[in-house]
Design a protein around this ligand. Sequence first.
Ligand code: G4P
Length: 189
Amino acid sequence: MKLLKERILKDGKVIGEDILKVDSFLNHQVDVKLLNEMGKEFAMRFKDTKVDKILTIEASGIGIACIVAQYFDVPVVFAKKHKGLNMDNSVYETEVFSFTKNTTYNVRVAKDFITPNEKILIIDDFLANGKAIEGLMDIINQGKAETVGIGIVIEKAFQNARVDIENTGVRLESLAIIEGFKDGKVYLK
Ligand code: G4P
């Protein structure tokens, strides 16, 4: 997606070896107009896919997931990292390992919000090592629903999550794909 790629090149900041900071338009301050264009793009790419619900993970996935959901006219569910007081034990839960943070955490979705045979589109901001997406797909499987697609805003291709996802047969669409970073510069596909 041209608009997003231009924005990454203009405002993205490379941190260390493998992190792209996009705090000025996606992860902290949010450019809603840009998100809206992304929503349109996802709607176009998944126009032939029947979608009943969108699933994402807190926190940064929620904004873009809500915008995309408007185009499909479906609800958004976000997996929670913290078990709030208002969450009982009727949840689907899975463990996710974060390479970026070198920690393991659990995510959960109330059983009420995943129905058998429901067609679910996963939306998230980043695809790095793919463990978060794997966790969401596991939750969808536990609920006997179906992952009908995965939409990612920024995929870091050099972290190789795509192969495992494609091996599951689920369609993966990324709006911007990063080949790598060199000397603080971003190289896009
Ligand atoms: P994964 O999501 O592909 O499994 O990779 P990983 O666990 O390593 O990512 C951990 C967190 O860091 C995720 O956010 C992910 O979205 C984010 N992340 C990964 N690579 C980058 C990057 O290059 N730039 C930025 N800005 N974020 C990256 P999270 O822990 O779920 O946090 P949040 O959604 O609350 O922000």
